[in-house]
Design a protein around this ligand. Structure first.
Ligand code: SF4
Length: 397
């Protein structure tokens, strides 16, 4: 069951299983269909959730802290990692098993169990499944696809810290992710060399202290929200001793794939920080936006976190203007602004996700025509050695 809510209209409706958000040609059609279903099925769940939206949860209330406490850690310790189990649970063809097992040896399978509800059973073309299921294509090698497509090794002055752009540094606090996205440009990243542990934090802090041009710290991945609240606080306590830091940015896919992580403990930590906080989540398809994600985003918005989304343009997943339009609308409805639409980074094992540039530009032009400017993410490509991401516009092609 999926529940949709709209913060402006305080509308809260439900649509039938199994897909979290069906891709309707427009959000209005979607809402009409969903509302029709809700009105026709005036059930208890709808009433409960309607009242929850009319009285949005406040951070630190018992409603948020008690039942959700540490449930994310349980979820993280019981991820689906066996392709056999994954295919069984989704009632998929056994012929997919052997290549999935081989590809998973290169980059293991990881999927949160609750995320499964958003994937349509028996559908090998499901756009969320395609992001997560190891595939035989990953074993192929392609010219220009490398293990370090962004040449991050050249910008790694201290273990755990990347300094690519002048005023920002990126910190990898952990190698852990709640999900393994098959297209991830860090799928070959040497996390073992870049996981300094708490002992290594002082070197990172010293580096930042000694570089006064750095005004923003980005916690990235792995997934920084896979780290416990206690350890996050330990790190930010050290960071708080540096006066030239003006902002803290967190890049995380966890609020999308495991929204129960946004619990009272995390909210308390965020509220304790002295900097403006920007959370950049990562959703690629509107089927990823479900009720729990909306509740999590609402809790973050209530404490003043700036919420942005970045997506990767992926062949046969979201390389379609209608899908991306619905994604932008769905994000906006839960308080998140589309930020970047990345062209695929050419990482070895992910060539089958690449969208040719001409098609990317066509899709982007259509998207631009469908949406107001503030809902159009910037189409970008990251190029090694450049001082910023490269924006792509139709003028260039
Ligand atoms: S969550 Fe982020 S870092 Fe982890 S595999 Fe996915 S894209 Fe890569």
């Amino acid at each position: 069951m999926f529940f949709w809510f709209d913060f402006n209209a305080l509308l809260f409706v439900s649509v039938p299983e199994p897909v979290c958000v069906p891709v309707f040609s427009s959000l209005i059609e979607f809402k009409k269909a969903a509302l029709g279903h809700a009105i026709g099925h005036g059930h208890e769940m709808q009433t409960q959730h309607l009242s929850r939206i009319l009285t949005p949860p406040k951070p630190n209330e018992a409603t948020m802290s008690a039942p959700q406490k540490n449930s994310w850690q349980d979820a993280l310790s019981t991820l689906i990692t066996d392709p056999d189990e994954f295919l069984n649970l989704l009632e998929l063809d056994r012929a997919m098993l052997a290549p999935a097992q081989t590809a998973a040896l290169l980059f293991p399978l990881k999927v949160p169990r609750t995320y499964l509800r958003r994937i349509e059973k028996g559908n090998p073309r499901d756009p969320l499944l395609m992001q997560l299921l190891p595939h035989g294509f990953e074993l192929e090698t392609h010219k220009n696809f490398t293990t370090d497509p962004l040449q991050e090794a050249d910008h790694n002055p201290v273990p755990g810290l990347l300094h690519k752009y002048e005023s920002r540094v990126l910190i990898t606090l952990t190698s852990a992710c709640a999900v393994h996205c098959r297209y991830c440009f860090r799928r070959h990243f040497p996390y073992s060399d870049n996981n300094p542990g708490t002992q290594g934090w002082d070197r990172m802090i010293d580096y930042i202290k000694n570089h006064h041009n750095i005004n923003e710290v980005i916690l990235s991945g792995g997934d920084p929200l896979a780290v416990s609240d206690h350890r996050l606080k330990e790190f930010t306590d050290k960071l708080a001793t540096i006066s030239h830091i003006k902002r803290l940015r967190i890049h995380s896919r966890i609020p999308i794939v495991m929204p129960e992580r946004i619990n009272a403990g995390l909210i308390t930590w965020l509220q304790s920080l002295k900097w403006p906080i920007i959370l950049v989540v990562h959703a690629n398809h509107p089927n990823e936006i479900c009720e729990e994600v909306g509740v999590a985003m609402h809790a973050l918005k209530q404490i003043g976190v700036t919420l942005l989304n970045q997506s990767v343009l992926l062949k046969d997943v979201n390389d379609d203007a209608a899908i991306l339009t619905t994604l932008s609308e769905a994000l906006f409805a839960i308080g998140v602004l589309p930020y970047y639409l990345h062209l695929l980074d050419r990482v070895q094992g992910a060539a089958h996700f690449e969208v040719p540039i001409t098609k990317a530009m066509t899709v982007y032009q259509e998207l631009t025509a469908k949406l107001p400017g503030f809902l159009v993410p910037k189409l970008v490509r990251e190029e090694p050695g450049k001082v910023s991401k490269t924006m792509l516009t139709s003028v260039q092609f």
